[in-house]
Each structure stands twice: as C-alpha cells, then as structure tokens.
Design a protein around this ligand. Structure first.
Ligand code: K7E
Ligand code: CUA
Length: 644
C-alpha cells in the first residue's frame, strides 16, 4: 500500500527534491505523518480529493440555508471552506446589514408583518435563478419558514436586495423553488390558517382554514419580485410540504406534497383550553396510509389571474380552488403518508416522493398522470371536490431503499438518484428508471436534505454529493450540549462505491437545504461604481451642511482617514451622514462606527452608505474604522461632538 502511495506521490517528491527540499522530505515523510496521525490510505485519498492548496479555487460553490440564523452560508467544494454568510432576515454587523445604514434597514423593514419588525428567519430552501432549467448564477432566493417571507439575493454583490412577506400565509415551507426560467418563485404554506388576519375558531378548520401556493412574479431586469403581478392558488387545509416546479415535459405544472390530509387539529396534553384527551398531532396527522401529492397547472393559473378570475384577499390576488377545479388545473394523487419532498428528475418526467414512514420511495410518471387527466379518469374527489388520480396508475414504480427516506437528488448518469435515509443514517444510490437499489453509504448521523452538484437542474454534474446531517455526535470537539451541524462531502464519481470525503461543521443554525453550482457561473462585481449611489460624496466635495436642526454630513473615506474628521452638532439635531469609500483597490473595505450609536458599516470600494439618527445625548463620541485596513488603521478615526 505504501509503495502504491509512493508511486502516486512520486511527482510531488521529485518536485520537492528539485527545489532542494529533500531534507524536509526526509524529516517528514508521508508514511511518518500517516503513522503519527493514524491515517489510512483511504484518508489520504480523501485528503487529496479535498485539499485545496493556497491560491487554488474551488470548483463548486454551495449556498446553504443558515436555518435559524436567518442567513445563507456560502462554502466551496471540494475544500468545504466557508466563504461567506449572506445576511438575509437577520442583521449582521460585519457586512453592515441592519446596523444603521438606511438602505439595508429599509430591506429589513420590508419584512415587517402586520407592522412588527422581525429580526430573524428560519431559512430552509435556497434556489438559484435558472435559465432554461440551468443555474445562471444571477440571483438566489430563500424562504423564512417561521414568518412567511421570501428574500431575493443579488449574486453580483452577494447581498439581500428584497424581502417579501406573504400577505395570506401564516407559515410556509415549500419555498423557494423557481420555474425553469425564473419567471416565478414558488412559496407554499405549511400549517393551514385563515387567509385573513382574523380570529377563526379551530372548530371552523375545515371550512375556513386554508393552504396556498403563491406564485411570485420575478422581474429579472429589475432584480425584484413584483407583488402586483403575483398571485396565489387556494389549497385545501392540508399541511402542504415541499414543492418543485416542473421542467421540460412537465414545464408549466408545479407540484407540492402534503401531510395531515386527516385535517387533525390536535388537543393533546393537560391544560388545553379546547378539546380534551386527544391524540397528539403526530399521531392524529399520520393516521391514514396516504396523503396527497398536489398537481397545479401554473399556465392555467396564470391565465386565470390575467383574466381577473381572482379574489383580492389582504390586497393580494387569490384564485379559488373552485375556479382551479373548473378549469382542470388542480389535481391530487395519493402518496405514502407524511412524505417529505417531491423532486422532479432532470428529464421532467419522473417525480420521486418519499414517505418518511414508509421504506419505499415512489416514482411517479408525469406522462401517466397526464393521460389520466386527459381522459378525465378520476378515482374520486377529496372533500373540496378536487379530482383524485389513481396512485397505482400514476406510478412508474416503488423501490425499497431503507428506513426514513427523505430527500432525493439526481446524478449526471441517466436514472441515477440519491436519497437520504433519516432513520438509517445512510445515503442510498439507486436507479429510479430500473427501480433498483445500487448501494448505501453510512453517514453520521441522521441526514436531512442532500445536495448534488447542479442536482436540481436539467443537467446535474454528478461528482459530489453533500449530506446535510442533523446530528454530529462524536464528530467534532465537544463545544457544549449544542453540537454543530455536519455537512459530509461524498464522492459520487461513477464506477466506484460512494466515499465520504470530509466532515464540515456548520456552527450557525440548522441548515435544511443547499444548492451547489459551478463556481465559474458567478459574475460578481469586484467593486461598486461610485455613480450607482445617489448620495455619493466626491473627493474635494466633503462638507457639513446645516439647515435649522438638520445636519447633513458628506464624508469621504480612503486609507487611512475620514474627511471631515471632526463633526460638531447640538443635542437634538437630526443627523444625516453620507459616507463614500473612494478606494479603487479590490477588497479595501473600511468600516464606520460611532461610539454607542449602534451603528456599524462595511463600506466596500466605491460604496456609499447613509445613516440617519438624532444626536440625542450630549457628549464626546469617537468614531472609527472597524476594518483593519492599513498600517495606520487605528489612526483612522474622528470625533463626533454633541454640544448641549
Ligand atoms: Cu427536510 Cu425544511 Cu426541506 Cu427541514 S426541510 S423541516
Ligand atoms: Cu479604514 Cu481601518
């Protein structure tokens, strides 16, 4: 084995010898390091597959939900090096997001629900914008499950540019997913509730509580969701779970699965104000053997919205179930109970659904489903009159994969898919066309979502798969009772067994889903253009302007000083402070904080930020640059003086 390795590393050894480093090689041979650190040949191979020497870049970039942190986590593959946290629903001081700068404060303000400012999010499913079903690297979308909202991130700058609260939902989960040309961003509700903000007793659950799917119209040119051009489709009060947009043959349709088609409303435990001695939700919601996969015709819904066949609820267009049914645009198909996720294969023809409590994964055939719809062959109707298609006649087949199947991702190889097995703590590689299990690889532990390279596009890359694990017992140095999450990188190269390559701790919330894109698709800017900012301060035009008690400061910043450096105002003055970073050099960021004002900015080269505040306390307030920018960084400061 060692000989084999020697052979593999021969070019490296020769190179080192040429450089005259043979003494070092002798002192620290590979064999010695392996022995000292207890590494096997497989470990060394895994290391060689992931180790990315200084100066080399990763082939893929992963956008992972940051869970309860409300952020997005960005890291590289195969190195698994964290590159950035993108602040979305939660203020983040390093990027100056939500710490006084007017622009980012306004974005967070867009996320108010019924007037209340919310400073966190439960992010679950990121989605990259697509062109013809391929990631185009322009935008990223992410949802907030807790406070039903979606956010738009511009990947030119890796910054959040919009937060859109859902006007009718009270919680959501099946979000965000995009149509193949990012015409729409889909958001699906989770726990049924009335669309209005009124109190409606639980006894009226069946009649007045509802689910919904919102089709947010995305305007790529403006880089924004346009609320007026968006609408929702009313759904039954089942718990709609995950969603996916059809592609290729299934383009124009969208799918979502569900649980609690029992419409169980709970009542377990002492102290309920309503109902007594009832089963807990978990039992009541999983009493039946099947739930419903929902099939929605987006093209028809679009047409109905255009024709004004909607009702406005909270100012938002909603197309009723009745209208959808009458226009053959809403169907249900039974699926094994309490499923988690519906994922459409790259061809658009096959949909995989895993019932968490079933050991099988079900593969539905879109063409068979359409045949049933076209011949109006229904197996009955649900209590809301929605036609039900036969499960047996919609299925391509079922495969037994193991315990607790959850989420599926696709490979470059035709028919090959990967499904996470939550209870088994394993990942299954299987063939969804031939309906057979190929192999399983154990992971640590309790895997949720998986992500493969470009895995939910029309042309996945294969190569890498990441298991987003929920528990990380024994994987890392113990850091208190709350462990980090564990993202495990798996080599899925064809013609060899899957190999776990790397454990990556995620110490910031529970990531649910991630997307992995070729890194060279990113077209990020290196610096801001000063002219993009209305309030930019040109060099030589720095000044302080006073109008009554309104003081406007026009500041420029460049290594290593602010101009002006001393600003004196009176107690009660309203201060508007514009700052422009005049740097041209890449990455020459300067910060800005005013002692005790809860202000922190990160001004990238060319960027302008504006702060508005009232100088409400007399005193002396040093301000300084919070980013170590140059040798005289500590000297980069000034005084903000407030006179009585
Ligand atoms: Cu499996 Cu939200 Cu997609 Cu966790 S996810 S709940
Ligand atoms: Cu500028 Cu430190």
């Amino acid at each position: 084995m060692v000989n084999k390795l020697k052979k593999a590393f021969q070019p490296v050894l020769i190179g080192m010898l040429v450089l005259g480093l043979c003494a070092t090689v002798n002192a620290q041979s590979l064999e010695q390091v392996m022995k000292e650190r207890g590494l096997s040949q497989a470990d060394i191979l895994a290391a060689a597959k992931t180790y990315t020497p200084s100066g080399k870049l990763d082939e893929y970039v992963v956008f992972s939900s940051g869970g309860q942190s409300g952020h997005v986590i960005v890291y590289g593959v195969p190195s698994m090096r964290i590159l950035k946290y993108i602040a979305v629903f939660t203020p983040e001081p390093w990027q100056g997001y939500g710490y006084g700068d007017v622009a980012s404060m306004a974005i967070l303000d867009q996320g108010r629900i019924r007037g209340r400012k919310i400073t966190w999010g439960d992010t679950h499913h990121p989605a990259i914008s697509e062109t013809n079903g391929e990631y185009d690297g322009q935008y990223l979308f992410i949802n907030d499950k807790a406070n039903p909202r979606v956010a738009v991130i511009d990947l030119k700058t890796f910054s959040t540019v919009q937060i859109v609260p859902n006007p009718i939902m009270k919680s959501q989960h099946g979000s965000t997913f995009v149509t193949p040309n990012t015409e729409y961003v889909l958001e699906t509700s989770l726990y049924p509730a009335p669309f209005s903000n009124d109190y409606v007793p639980l006894e009226e659950f069946n009649e007045k509580y509802r689910g919904a799917m919102t089709m947010w119209k995305f305007n790529r040119k403006r880089g924004k969701i346009i609320a007026e051009d968006s609408f929702s489709v009313e759904l039954p009060p089942y718990c709609q779970d995950l969603t996916d947009a059809g592609k290729k043959v299934s383009a124009g349709w969208v799918f979502t699965n569900s649980f609690n088609t029992e419409r169980y409303i709970g009542g377990f435990g002492k102290g309920n104000t309503k109902f007594r001695d009832r089963l807990p939700h978990e039992a009541g919601m999983s009493a039946k053997d099947t739930d419903y996969l929902h099939m929605i015709n987006l093209e028809t819904a679009k047409k109905l919205f255009k024709e004004g066949k909607d009702t406005k609820i909270n100012g938002h267009a909603v197309i009723s179930m009745e209208t959808m049914i009458a226009n053959n645009a809403l169907f249900l198909i039974p699926e094994p109970k309490s499923p988690h996720g519906v994922m459409i294969d790259p061809s658009g023809q096959y949909l995989t659904v895993s019932g968490k409590l079933d050991t099988h994964v079900s593969v539905y055939d879109f063409k068979k489903m359409m045949k049933l719809i076209e011949s109006k062959q229904y197996d009955g109707r649900d209590p809301y009159n929605i036609p039900i298609l036969s499960m047996q006649e919609s299925l391509h087949g079922q495969v037994e994969l193991g315990l607790g199947p959850l989420h599926t991702q696709y490979d470059k190889e035709k028919g090959i898919a990967y499904t996470s097995l939550f209870v088994d703590s394993a990942v299954a590689r299987w063939d969804f066309l031939k309906l057979k299990l190929i192999e399983k690889v154990p992971i640590h532990y309790n895997v949720g979502h998986l992500v493969s390279a470009e895995g939910d596009t029309v042309s996945p890359d294969g190569k890498y798969l990441i298991a987003l694990n929920k528990l990380a017992i024994d994987r890392f140095v113990q850091v208190g009772p709350l462990h980090p999450q564990n993202h495990q990188l798996i080599d899925i190269s064809p013609g060899q067994p899957m190999q776990v390559l790397y454990d990556m701790p995620i110490p910031l919330g529970e990531p649910h889903y991630a997307v992995m894109m070729k890194a060279d698709k990113l077209k990020t800017i290196k610096r801001f253009k000063q002219k993009w900012f209305k309030h930019r301060v040109k060099p030589g035009k720095e000044r302080v302007v006073r109008k009554g008690n309104q003081v406007t400061v026009y500041s420029s910043i460049i290594r290593s000083h602010y101009s002006p450096e001393i600003i004196e105002v009176k107690v009660g003055d309203e201060v508007t402070w514009h700052l422009t970073n005049l740097e041209r050099a890449q990455d020459e960021t300067h910060g800005f904080t005013v002692d005790t004002y809860n202000i922190n900015a990160s001004l990238e080269p060319g960027e302008t930020n504006t702060f508005k505040f009232i100088a409400d306390k007399e005193g002396v307030f040093p301000f300084y640059c919070t980013e170590f920018c140059a040798a005289l960084h500590l000297e980069m400061m000034g005084y903000f003086l407030v006179k009585p």
